[in-house]
Design a protein around this ligand. Structure first.
Ligand code: ADP
Length: 323
């Protein structure tokens, strides 16, 4: 990247230097034309002896010279401006494509890991079940682990499929009346059953009805809760309430939090904070991107802020269809 930036800057400097050199040469040529024409005029005057004509000729020559100068200056500065604008456009798109390709290679790394590790875990659990004659409790444990890994694979595949369908315009969303309170209760209950010691649900709003696609909204709620559980090891709070004809779904965690500089970037496709090689938490950088898209489709909003004393608060707000 640094090598290309240096090469690019050198090339740009060369083009500018060449342009200035050509400008200098043109001006020099114009001066010589002026001197030559002046000489011709003087020779003519010596022959004819009309000094009034010489004066008028000299004024015209000076006028021509200054017009040439303005033309060179005008055209030169236009070229320079075009070069600068073009260079800025090329440089920003180059940087953007470099960033995207880095994010995509990060995505490939994490997806490969995300796909391989649940498969490996399931294989190991099933081999243990096959090989040993385990007691009922241990068997149950291994089966539950397999189901958990299969759920993870399922979530990952749905996110990836959903992302590509949404981008290709193939996902046909359903616009129906949804009891958002009931949907939030179901999702929160499901997580409370899976993580009894970590979920604190405080779902106040009853009968908060919105218009939208149930599957999409369910995915948005899942993504926020999954993240809170993944990026923190403390209890996660889920709140639901209505205010000003909107329903709010809030997920608060006490994890590491998100730096202010990354708070907008995390909603970009494939964006993950930090470096893939040193990251411990699994993921693909698609969850928040999709959640934001889902909110856009439902005329809703997603926001993130710091939790106190630690962690983050993610909040979805959706307009009520009827309360
Ligand atoms: P993924 O979790 O699959 O990496 P997301 O799009 O859901 O992708 O999140 C993007 C990034 O935002 C994550 O990689 C993580 O760095 C950061 N992030 C999301 N939620 C939280 C959270 N609750 N606490 C801290 N960081 C978070």
């Amino acid at each position: 990247m640094r090598f290309f930036t240096t090469l690019y800057l050198l090339l740009l400097l060369y083009i500018i230097a060449a342009l200035l050199f050509w400008g200098y040469c043109l001006n020099d040529q114009s001066e010589r034309i002026y001197e030559l024409e002046k000489l011709q005029l003087q020779t003519q005057t010596d022959r004819q002896g009309n000094s009034l004509l010489t004066q008028a000729g000299l004024v015209e020559l000076e006028d021509k010279r200054s017009r040439r100068r303005s033309q060179y200056l005008g055209e030169g500065s236009t070229f320079l401006a075009v070069i600068f604008i073009g260079a800025a456009i090329v440089y920003t798109s180059f940087r953007r494509s470099m960033r995207l390709s880095r994010q995509q290679s990060n995505f490939m790394l994490s997806v490969t890991h995300e796909l391989k590790s649940p498969i490996a875990a399931m294989k190991l659990n099933l081999q243990t079940l096959e090989k040993y004659n385990l007691d009922e409790e241990r068997k149950q444990q291994l089966i539950e682990r397999c189901i958990r890994e299969a759920n993870r694979l399922n979530d990952l595949c749905s996110n990836m499929l959903f992302a590509s369908q949404m981008e290709g315009g193939q996902y046909i969303s359903i616009n129906e009346e949804i009891d958002f309170s009931e949907l939030s209760h179901t999702v929160a209950r499901d997580y409370a059953a899976r993580y009894p010691e970590r979920i604190e649900a405080n779902l106040e709003a009853d009968n908060a009805v919105i218009a939208g696609d149930k599957l999409m909204l369910q995915m948005a709620l899942h993504n926020l809760i999954e993240n809170a559980l993944k990026y923190s090891d403390k209890p996660v709070k889920i709140d639901l309430f209505t205010k000003a004809r909107h329903v709010f779904f809030r997920v608060s965690d006490e994890g590491g939090g998100i730096p202010d500089t990354e708070k907008i970037q995390i909603f970009q496709k494939f964006y993950r904070i930090g470096d893939e090689k040193h990251r411990k938490a699994k993921g693909t950088g698609l969850g928040l991107y999709l959640t934001k898209k889902i909110m856009d489709q439902h005329r809703g909003k997603i926001s993130v802020r710091d939790n106190h004393p630690a962690g983050s608060v993610f909040e979805l707000s959706l307009p009520l269809y009827r309360s």
